[in-house]
Design a protein around this ligand. Structure first.
Ligand code: 13P
Length: 255
């Protein structure tokens, strides 16, 4: 059975005090996470260590960074390495978010290297893919996402690919209030699974968690989560409030 994953991507939001308050409020609502459900907080780098301490010994709750550099270390002012993230308690790292691709010009090749370096340090990559609106309108979304996966994930061995979480986030749905319909999400998730089956094996395709992201909230989460190939969500805006994020975590349980 694939794990169900609800991950909150805070992006560039929350000071240390605000972040600690949010995490404590979410934790206070759960004795433990719903069965087979993993909750991940993807927080800004300066908050990682303090939040890691709050999450310690809370089963089912994990910590993620939102990016890491593709080199091990060196003269890259302002950047953060995979080893540093591990040293402050991160277990996951988001890679290839569309905001990083768009605003920081991250390329397929760089992302392939980031995935490799993250796995080398035992960080679980949450690898983001997804098409912009113009591509969806031309009905090219399936080949577009296939290219993203081939270029940045399919260099991995089968064993390593099984350590990756994929997040499908259509760019037109991020922060816009326009969620993909359940049918649109299911179509893409099934297509991603098929690609993995073709390149690797159907066992690996069945094992790999695929999350949906893009204007997912407490109202629409359970419908999306009911789709057979949707294994959870990567939540932006709605992860910034404890009540809303907790309701999304509970939606995982009800599927
Ligand atoms: P929103 O949920 O705010 O649309 O953001 C989604 C996202 O980008 C998560 O990584």
């Amino acid at each position: 059975m694939r794990p169900f994953i609800v991950a909150g991507n805070w992006k560039m939001n929350k000071t240390l005090e605000e972040g600690l308050t949010l995490v404590r409020e979410v934790l206070a609502r759960f004795e433990r996470t719903p069965p087979n459900t993993t909750v991940v907080f993807a927080v800004p780098c300066p908050l990682l260590q303090a939040i890691s301490e709050v999450l310690r010994e809370r089963q089912g709750f994990y910590l993620a960074a939102q990016n890491c550099h593709h080199e091990e270390q060196g003269a890259y002012t302002g950047e953060v390495s995979a080893a540093m993230l591990v040293s402050v308690g991160a277990q996951y790292v988001i890679l290839g978010h569309s905001e990083r691709r768009q605003y920081f010009r991250e390329t397929h090749e760089q992302l392939a290297r980031k995935v490799t370096v993250a796995l080398r340090h035992n960080l679980t990559p949450i690898f983001c893919c997804g098409e912009p609106l113009a591509v969806r309108e031309r009905n090219h979304h399936l080949p577009y996402v296939a290219r993203q996966l081939r270029a940045s994930l399919f260099h991995l061995s089968e064993t390593d690919l099984r350590r990756v979480v994929i997040a499908y986030e259509p760019v037109w749905a991020i922060g816009t209030g326009k969620t993909a319909s359940s049918a649109q999400a299911q179509e893409m998730h099934a297509a991603i699974r098929q690609l993995v089956a073709k390149r690797y094996s159907s066992e690996t395709a069945q094992a790999i968690p695929i999350l949906y992201g893009g204007s997912c909230n407490a109202q629409n989460a359970s419908q999306l989560f009911q789709q057979p190939d949707v294994d959870g969500g990567l939540i932006g805006g709605a992860s910034l409030r404890a009540d809303e994020f907790s309701a999304i975590i509970c939606a995982a349980r009800s599927t």
